[in-house]
Each structure stands twice: as structure tokens, then as C-alpha cells.
Write a protein that binds this ligand. Structure first.
Ligand code: MIG
Length: 781
């Protein structure tokens, strides 16, 4: 690696251009306080575009020379640059020591790039420690007490400092605590210093790495193996502001259909019609609500995507209708691998448009995955995405409501030229996507596949919102798909790890995500499944899923007493729907995650920043799940303010730690003072016009709550209902606006028997209930 320095500079149209012997660079300012640093070498990269960024309007920066270098200002923000040795100073972050690969790998000749990047040292070194030979690297000087968050889906705890993380999507069939990378690649890092956050987004799809004070305690290193270095700097200072900015850049989720927020049941596999019907019977018999059944790979005819086995699923539309009558949807898996077989329409029509990825000799690249032999669509081309979207017609005509994209890292069991067979493979980095190398497109494969799926569903299911789940993804995946965390196991450790994993996914813009409840591999137990279902009731995506080789883990699999607790947890999920849906609408509007670490709302509380096994669900609920077998109690940290036990109404004053009991019939939850939480009666609802609507609140001097309501699907208008209240120590008065025709109830936790009230009062398990009539209700003590 050689150091990069710059010798000349000029300001042109408010953009700073830097020139040096090895590289050129540009520093641009954008509306919203963003800066973008682009470094390149090949002339054609001067115009480098982006696969995901929707750039806001550029603003002209002004330049001033100072003793230490250059000061660039735009819209109240400032960044300082030193040319030699190159350094950048921004928002308390200091970047220095910019390096370029010893043997620059970039040339205009794809074959030469492939040789250098792939055949040569780069990838091999990458495996044992990833120093990344080609490309660029920049260092970020460390500061004591700094924490790092984001980076998408990762093993480990909440703070990502002290390890190095690779961005290279990979199948990870047996996750271990130290594994990296997993299925997703999110080159988005949040640096947290004393309550203030800012973001770094490396807009590069090539393999990249973030070494966070690992090799050297004093500095971190961001490296990319491609020909350019494209870094966006995003100011906070609050986490919510940063998430809003980041998702404005890479995309926000769409408002999901309401049913997607319900409980999902999956298994590899429910292999035939009878097993699906038996499953539905089970849910009915045990009085457990259910939103969707998922069909894994065995529904297909010989793993041919977009087909049903004619023997096991002789009449899919009839099955879907029977399930619909019970309010249950069907979601089917679709893998990218297409069976290479003459006469198979998906293969034939794909070949007609030259849809498949090529090898280095420009022939169709052949490998094996579930179908053998298999070829892979090149989703980097828009005509291929369109063709792929069209293929969904067959499934949608059968009535399928959502699509599950798996194996899209892409995963392979075998590829031509490689004699070994086994899981964990991918396409060769020198495979061709048109003129591009797989090395450039690899990390985007899942994102682009989900995009094709999402856009196809939008076109083909007119007037209904798409639902797509994806295993792989890149920054911005939330625009097209929800994400689940892949093949975990039925370990208590994996349940515990799901909390920081999902929190960092949320902090990386993926608001809708979940882990397989009960664990995918291995054998669950009644207790594990109970605890996991209670935790999963708070995941943005709640799905129980298990592998072929695992013991059954449907809600009733372990009998009583577990079944009773699991039923309660799933019903509780439905009770939470109005709140979840309101948060979902906020996610679609401003990119805020549903599950948030404590520091998200309490950035100035140093104790909160370290908590990895508790979280906020939206701004109003704090959860501290039981994560250990036999657990009777656990430590809980409550940040500043008053908190009310969601179940008993008992009040606690934060900041401080308490020891809370962890009975099996609930997940420990606290309601923030002054908030009114919208709930439902706990049954699946056909629309988000909640009836009855239940406001759960605590007696505080000022109360506020909101709920988003609409048809629950489609693109009709929505409305926010607001609840406000006051309590003067004697009298509580609440009102809702606007009024609706639905029945509205008030639930007060932590209240004593009242003296008088505006309507009939009932008491149950410490909760006082009364109707809200004509938009108002009052209670007097
Ligand atoms: O090679 O479709 O992560 O959820 O059940 C395994 C079968 C392929 C991996 C997914 C898992 C799914 C399984 N798949």
C-alpha cells in the first residue's frame, strides 16, 4: 500500500477537486448536511454512479484557506481538508492515512481486473484476515469511549468495536458467535461519541472491510477492494435524525400490508396439501391466531422455481381459498437458481433474453444448488429484473400473497470449475454480469433479486402492497424486502444474540427484520420456544421456522404448560398490532426502526449505551426479555423518567437498575410515562380501522398517544388518531381526535379503584377499563 496525497486543488461550481500523482478526489456538499468524498484513478470513474443512492440536491460549498489546510463550508456545515499528508476533519472525526493498493488493480480491461482482483492475492488474503490488497483504505483515528453501531446483520454484541467486519454476502449455514460475514452487506457505520452520532456510508458494492480498532487500538480502517472509494458522511447528532438522513439516501421501507405484522408459521417443509391443512387445523384446535403459512422448497416440482408439484399440491388455488376462509395467507419461497433444462419455460424464456450470469469465457455459468444443474439470473440488468418479475404470475394466480427470497447471496452447492461439493459456495468473482464482474455485483445480488420481485409484485398485484422477505441484501434492501437473519440454531445463545443483531439491522435502515423463532437448526424445548415466542412478539417480523432435521416446533409441539404460554404470546402480538402498525407507518415515512437500542432515545445516558439485552419497541415500550434457561429474575436498566410495568402498572423511577421477575406468561415490559399505547382486542383484524381500539395508559399529568389507521392494504388514504389527556392528581380526563365509529376503550394501569367515572368501569388484573364515549372519558379518585 502506498499513501495517497494531493498536490493541487480547485473549487469548481462549489465542488472541491483534488489532484495527486496516484489519484484524484472530489468533495461535494449536499442538502441535508451530507458530504461525499469520491476518490478514483481511472478517468471513467470520475462519473461513478451508485446502485442505491438517491442523492439529494447538491449545494455549493465555499472554500477558505487556513493554517492547517482548507476549510470547506456549505449550509452551516464544515469539513476541513489537509492535502499532504492527506487528512479530513469532520464532526469530531479525523480521517488520515489514505492508502492505495500497491499494485493498482484497476484498468479498463475486465479480464485484467479479474486477474488482479480474483485470481491473484486479493481474495485469498481476504479470507485470512482481509487486508484487501487492491483498492483504497482510509484510517479513522480512535477516541476514547467511542462506540460503533450499524454494519447491518452481525454476530456479537451491540457495540461493533474491537473486531473487523467484512462486507461480502455469504451463506452461513451454521452460525457461530464469531462468524463473519453473514448474509447481508451494509457498509454503513455509526460512530457514537458522548451521546452524539454520525454516519459513514461507503457506497461501494465491491468487497470492503471495516476494521474497528482491531489491528491497531488507536485507529480504525475502512478498506475497499474496488477501483474507487466513495464515502458519504452523514451528520446526526441524534440517532433518529441520522436514520432519517441515511434512509433518505439509500431508501425506506414501504408500508407493509397489515397481515405481515401478524404471526407467521414456517417449516422446511410443509411438503404437501395435507400437511398444510393439518397445520391450519392445529391452529384452530388450539385457538391460536395465524396470519400466514410459508411453503419452503418442497412445494415445487423438482425445485423448478415458479412451479407447484402436481402430486403434492394438485390444486393450489383451492388450497389458498380454503386458507383464506380462515384468514390465513400463503407465502412461497423463490430461490434464484433456475434449473437448466430444455423445455422448462423459465429457463427457456430466460435464455431467450440472455438472462443468465456468464463465466469468464462468456458462456452460461453452470453450477448446482437445489436444482441441478442450475443457472443464475443476472439481476443487475433491468430487462432481466422485469422478466423475473413476470415469472411470479404463476404463483400469484394461485393466490400466493407474498414471496420469500432465499439463497440469494447467491449461495451455490457447486460451480463449474470447482470439483468439490458443499454448502457455503458462491459464484466465482470473475463471473460476468454483462460487462461487470461478479466481484462488483456479488454484494448486490440479493438486493437486486428482491427489487425484481418487489417490482414484479407491484405490477402484478395491482392495488395491493407487496410482501417480500429476503435473506441476502445490501444497503437499501429495506426498499424492496424485509430481512430475516438466516440459519440460527435452537440455542439460548442465538436467541440472546438476535437482540443486538436485529438492533444493528434496524440502525442500518432495515426496520423490518426478525430471527427464526425457536431456532432453525437443532432441537428446541418448550421453555426455549416459550421465551423465544414472547421475544418474537416484539420482533418487527414474527416467524417460527425450523429445519428438516429439527424436532417439530409448532406452538403446540411441547404440550402444556408451554402451549398456554405460547398462545398468550401470539395473542399478545395481535394485541400490539395498532402500535406496531403505527410504527410501521413511521418507518415508511422516516426510516425509523421499530426495535431500537436504549441509546436511541437516551443518547446522553452513558449507562444506556452499553445495554445490549434490552430494547425499545418504538418510543414508548421498553423490553427486557428473559434470555436464559430457568431464569426467575433479571437485571433491568431503566433510563431517566418514570416507567410503568406494562402488566401490573407498578411504577418505577429511572435512571437505575432493578431486579424484575420473569414469569413465563409475559415478557417484561415497561410503558413510558405520559404515553398512551394503542392496542387491539388481540385477534387478527381485517383492516387497520381498529374496533375496538384500546388505549393503555398510566396516570401522568400529561398524556399523549397516536395510532395510524387505514384499510391495512392497498393505497388508500390513512389517518392518525390522537389521544391526549391530563391528570391533576384527582381527575383524569382523556379525549381522542378525530372521533371514529369504532368502539374505544381506555385501560389504565397502576390505578386505584375510582370514586366516579364517565362510564361503567371494570377492573381486571390491576387494569382499570372504561369506554371512551363521544371522544371523551374521565375518572376521579
Ligand atoms: O440450503 O429452503 O435459510 O430458511 O428453510 C438450505 C430450505 C436452504 C436456507 C434457509 C432456510 C430454508 C432452507 N434454505
Amino acid at each position: 500500500m502506498r499513501n495517497v496525497n494531493f498536490e493541487d486543488y480547485r473549487l469548481e461550481d462549489g465542488v472541491l477537486w483534488l489532484d495527486g500523482p496516484q489519484s484524484r478526489a472530489r468533495l461535494e456538499a449536499y442538502e441535508g448536511g451530507y458530504w461525499r468524498l469520491l476518490i478514483w484513478h481511472r478517468p471513467e470513474d470520475e462519473k461513478k454512479g451508485s446502485w442505491v443512492v438517491d442523492a439529494p440536491p447538491r449545494v455549493a460549498a465555499t472554500l477558505e484557506r487556513s493554517a492547517g489546510g482548507l476549510a470547506l463550508r456549505a449550509a452551516g456545515a464544515e469539513i476541513r481538508v489537509r492535502l499532504k499528508p492527506f487528512a479530513l476533519f469532520w464532526e469530531g472525526l479525523e480521517f488520515a492515512d489514505l492508502q492505495v493498493g500497491e499494485q493498482p488493480t484497476w484498468t479498463t480491461d475486465a479480464a485484467a481486473v479479474a486477474e488482479a482482483l480474483v485470481g491473484g492475492t486479493a481474495l485469498r488474503e481476504a479470507e485470512d484476515g482481509y487486508p484487501l490488497a487492491g483498492g483504497y483504505a482510509i484510517h479513522l483515528l480512535e477516541r476514547e469511549g467511542r462506540r460503533y453501531f450499524g454494519l447491518g446483520e452481525r454476530t456479537g454484541f451491540l457495540d461493533k468495536k474491537g473486531r473487523r467486519w467484512l462486507n461480502w454476502t455469504a451463506d452461513s449455514p451454521e452460525q457461530q458467535p464469531g462468524d463473519d460475514p453473514l448474509y447481508q452487506a451494509h457498509p454503513f457505520l455509526i460512530a457514537f461519541d458522548e451521546g452524539r452520532v454520525r454516519g459513514l456510508y461507503l457506497d461501494e458494492s465491491w468487497k470492503s472491510s471495516f476494521d474497528l480498532a482491531f489491528r491497531e487500538a488507536g485507529r480504525s480502517r475502512i478498506a475497499v477492494e474496488g477501483p474507487t472509494f466513495d464515502l458519504w458522511l452523514l451528520p446526526g447528532p441524534e440517532p433518529a435524525a441520522l436514520l432519517e438522513r441515511y434512509t433518505a439516501l439509500v431508501g425506506r421501507p414501504w408500508l407493509p400490508p397489515l397481515w405481515a405484522l401478524g404471526y407467521h408459521q414456517c417449516r422446511w417443509s410443509y411438503p404437501d396439501e395435507q400437511s398444510v391443512e393439518g397445520l391450519i387445523e392445529g391452529f384452530k384446535r388450539h385457538e391460536i391466531p395465524l396470519s400466514a403459512v410459508w411453503l419452503d422448497i418442497d412445494y415445487m416440482d423438482g425445485y423448478r422455481v415458479f412451479t407447484f408439484s402436481p402430486y403434492r399440491f394438485p390444486d393450489p388455488p383451492r388450497l389458498v381459498r380454503r386458507l383464506a376462509a380462515e384468514g390465513v395467507r400463503v407465502v412461497t419461497i423463490v430461490d434464484p437458481g433456475v434449473k437448466k433444462e430444455a423445455g422448462y419455460p423459465v429457463y427457456e424464456s430466460g435464455r431467450k433474453i440472455d438472462a443468465f450470469v456468464k463465466n469468464r469465457r462468456e458462456e452460461e455459468l453452470v453450477g448446482e444448488v437445489w436444482p441441478r444443474p442450475a443457472v443464475w439470473p443476472d439481476f443487475s440488468r433491468s430487462e432481466v429484473r422485469r422478466w423475473w418479475g413476470e415469472q411470479h404470475r404463476a404463483l400469484l394466480e394461485a393466490g400466493v400473497a407474498g414471496i420469500w427470497n432465499d439463497m440469494n447471496e447467491p449461495a451455490a452447492f457447486a460451480v463449474e470449475g470447482d470439483e468439490t461439493f458443499g454448502v457455503g459456495k458462491t459464484l466465482p468473482a470473475d463471473a460476468r454480469h454483462g460487462a461487470r464482474l461478479h466481484a462488483e455485483v456479488h454484494n448486490l445480488y440479493g438486493l437486486l433479486m428482491s427489487r425484481a420481485t418487489h417490482e414484479g409484485l407491484r405490477r402484478l398485484r395491482e392495488g395491493r402492497r407487496p410482501f417480500v422477505l429476503s435473506r441476502s441484501g445490501f444497503a437499501g434492501i429495506q426498499r424492496y424486502a424485509w430481512v430475516w437473519t438466516g440459519d440460527n440454531s435452537s440455542y439460548w445463545e442465538h436467541m440472546a444474540m438476535s437482540v443486538p443483531m436485529l438492533l444493528n439491522l434496524g440502525l442500518s435502515g432495515v426496520a423490518f427484520c426478525g430471527a427464526d423463532i425457536g431456532g432453525f437448526r437443532g432441537d428446541a424445548s418448550g421453555e426455549l420456544l416459550t421465551r423465544w415466542t414472547w421475544l418474537g412478539a416484539l420482533y418487527p417480523f414474527m416467524r417460527n421456522h425450523s429445519a428438516k432435521t429439527s424436532r417439530r416446533q409448532e406452538p403446540w409441539a411441547f404440550g402444556e404448560p408451554w402451549l398456554g404460554y405460547i398462545r398468550q404470546a401470539i395473542r399478545f402480538r395481535y394485541q400490539l398490532q395498532p402500535y406496531l402498525y403505527t410504527l410501521a407507518e413511521e418507518a415508511a415515512r422516516s426510516g425509523q426502526p421499530l426495535m431500537r437500542p436504549l441509546f436511541y432515545h437516551f443518547p446522553d445516558d452513558p449507562e444506556a449505551a452499553g445495554v445490549y439485552d434490552q430494547f425499545m419497541l418504538g418510543p414508548d415500550l421498553l423490553a427486557a426479555p428473559a434470555l436464559r434457561p430457568g431464569q426467575q429474575r433479571r437485571l433491568v436498566y431503566l433510563p431517566a423518567g418514570r416507567w410503568y410495568d406494562f402488566w401490573t402498572g407498578e411504577a418505577e423511577a429511572g435512571p437505575g437498575w432493578l431486579v424484575a421477575p420473569t414469569p413465563l406468561d409475559r415478557v417484561p415490559l415497561w410503558l413510558r410515562e405520559g404515553r398512551a399505547l394503542p392496542l387491539s382486542a388481540g385477534r387478527p383484524a381485517k383492516s387497520a380501522h381498529w374496533d375496538p381500539l384500546v388505549w393503555r395508559l398510566t396516570p401522568s399529568d400529561r398524556l399523549e398517544g397516536q395510532v395510524y389507521t387505514d384499510d391495512g392494504d392497498g393505497y388508500g388514504p390513512g389517518e392518525r388518531l390522537k389521544l391526549t389527556g391530563r391528570f391533576d392528581g384527582k381527575r383524569l380526563l382523556v379525549s381522542q381526535e378525530p372521533l371514529t365509529e369504532a368502539e374505544v376503550l381506555i385501560e389504565l394501569v397502576g390505578a386505584a379503584e375510582p370514586r366516579a367515572a364517565s362510564g361503567p368501569v371494570s377492573f381486571r388484573r390491576g387494569v382499570l377499563r372504561l369506554p371512551l364515549r363521544g371522544g371523551e372519558a374521565w375518572v376521579e379518585w
